[in-house]
Design a binder for this molecule. Structure first.
Ligand code: NI
Length: 171
């Protein structure tokens, strides 16, 4: 297992539509293990493969409850098959440094996905857990949470991010 480098906005790899996974092999299991390690090292509560420059439909989400040992759920080819209601919650993203904002999402979702060994599953999620899942699935479609903000908020962040990168380069 290894911690991989997290790709940050505006890297174009974050904008690609990730490919469906059809081979459930050792390299997929390694990717999943590395993604979990990278997520916890960050630390974060969810991570999508495009964030580590792998354009495949794979996400990992933290499902630890309280003080228990860290537990994560890997989902391959996740898809929202039903949704209900809406909610507004604060989001941030490991690939979008120094920004959190309120985003409108579905309140409840039903998902289909595959485990890293190819087994088919379904899952219902609501509230915060549903937010995390929708955020990560967006990444597989090249969508970032800033895309859900108003054009003004998004352009303000773009400018601020550009300055951040210029300052990093100058240092
Ligand atoms: Ni994200």
């Amino acid at each position: 297992m290894a911690v991989r480098k997290i790709i940050e906005y505006p890297d174009p790899v974050l904008r690609h539509t990730a490919e469906s996974v059809s081979t459930f092999d050792e390299s997929l299991r390694t990717l999943v293990a590395d993604m979990a390690e990278t997520m916890y090292a960050a630390p974060g509560i969810g991570l999508a493969a495009p964030q580590v420059a792998v354009s495949q439909r794979v996400i990992v989400v933290d499902v630890s409850k309280g003080e228990e040992e860290k537990q994560f759920l890997p989902m391959v080819n996740p898809e929202i098959i039903e949704h209900e209601g809406s909610q507004l919650d604060e989001e941030g993203c490991l690939s979008v440094p120094e920004l959190t904002a309120q985003v409108k999402r579905f309140k409840k979702i039903q998902l289909s996905y595959q485990s890293p060994d190819g087994e088919h599953h379904q899952l219902s999620a609501e509230d915060r857990f549903a937010v995390v899942l929708q955020h990560e699935i967006d990444h597989l479609n090249g969508v970032l949470f800033i895309d859900h903000l108003t054009p003004l908020k998004r352009s303000l962040y773009k400018k601020r991010r550009k300055k951040m990168l210029e300052t990093q380069q100058a240092a």
